[in-house]
Design a protein around this ligand. Structure first.
Ligand code: WAQ
Ligand code: MG
Ligand code: MG
Ligand code: MG
Length: 251
């Protein structure tokens, strides 16, 4: 039997009561690995670069094997840039090639740039009009119930590309789940961890890391999921939050 294990941590109390988001994590694991992961997740919440959590929610749910969907990992590309301006330009170019309109790209960037604090989840934006489509305000859509199918193989694959940071590990799996949905055109992301400035654009054909998308020291990060104009939003949100997926392959 496999289990979904999720952690969300905040400072100033529960997210739902206005606490500031500190850290979140989601994995799918065998029963014998749950205890160790719970411990690691608690430690992560208490020792995070965003601050020390005073609220931690851990949720563990069994997953029926027949409910699990297999998805493909994306090939990883790294675009080296020297400045944020160059990084944003590169992101805009890749989003254009993914089929996101200029108007929607600028709207998405603006939504991220005008955040005053970080969200726990992502914003969903129409890939043509640029209109925000989810009604989840500062919570956003939190993608959950995803993991890699074979962790050892996955880590070897990343190591061979000199990608050893946990940010990469988690984002590669998340992006694979997000863009596997037929209604998702692309994703734009940068971290809310102050020391982590590499972000990415993911689309159907790849995970494009961009080595500088935000200012070092900034506590503001976020994610935009660009979706087709005729997307069934409630179904997309349900898939992202609730459909268990395991990522297979080596991009
Ligand atoms: N579902 C939806 N949105 C999320 C999730 C999730 N599970 N996790 C984080 N977010 C949103 C939320 O708004 C956060 O503030 C923001 O994304 C950043 O989250 O290849 O570490 O976990 O070198 O800080 C990307 C580049 C790292 C990795 C991204 O994001 C690489 C990262 P963080
Ligand atoms: Mg996090
Ligand atoms: Mg994360
Ligand atoms: Mg973070």
């Amino acid at each position: 039997m496999l289990y979904s294990i999720k952690m969300r941590a905040a400072q100033g109390g529960d997210h739902k009561l206005g606490g500031q988001h500190i850290s979140g994590a989601e994995r799918i694991l065998a029963e014998e690995n749950l205890k160790k992961m719970a411990e690691a997740m608690i430690e992560r919440a208490l020792l995070h670069s965003r601050g020390k959590a005073d609220f931690i929610n851990l949720k563990i749910e069994a997953i029926r094997p027949q409910d699990i969907e297999r998805i493909k990992l994306l090939p990883i590309f790294t675009h080296e840039v020297d400045t944020i301006q160059e990084g944003r330009k590169s992101a805009i170019q890749i989003l254009k090639e993914s089929g996101v309109s200029t108007q929607a790209i600028l709207a998405g960037l603006h939504l991220l740039e005008e955040l005053k604090t970080s969200m726990r989840g992502a914003m969903i934006v129409d890939a043509v009009s640029g209109k925000r489509l989810d009604q989840l305000t500062m919570r956003g859509v939190r993608v959950s119930k995803m993991d890699m199918d074979d962790e050892e193989d996955f880590l070897l694959w990343l190591n061979r590309q000199n990608l050893t940071d946990v940010h990469v590990r988690e984002a590669v799996v998340l992006a694979a789940k997000v863009v596997a949905h037929q209604d998702v055109t692309a994703e734009l992301c940068w971290s809310d961890d102050p020391e982590y400035v590499t972000g990415y654009v993911a689309n159907k054909t790849g995970y494009h890391r961009i080595t500088k998308l935000k200012e070092y020291g900034s506590f503001i990060g976020g994610r935009i999921f660009f979706v087709k104009p005729d997307a069934a939003i409630e179904e997309v949100i349900d898939y992202l939050q609730n459909q268990p997926v395991l990522a297979v392959g080596r991009g």
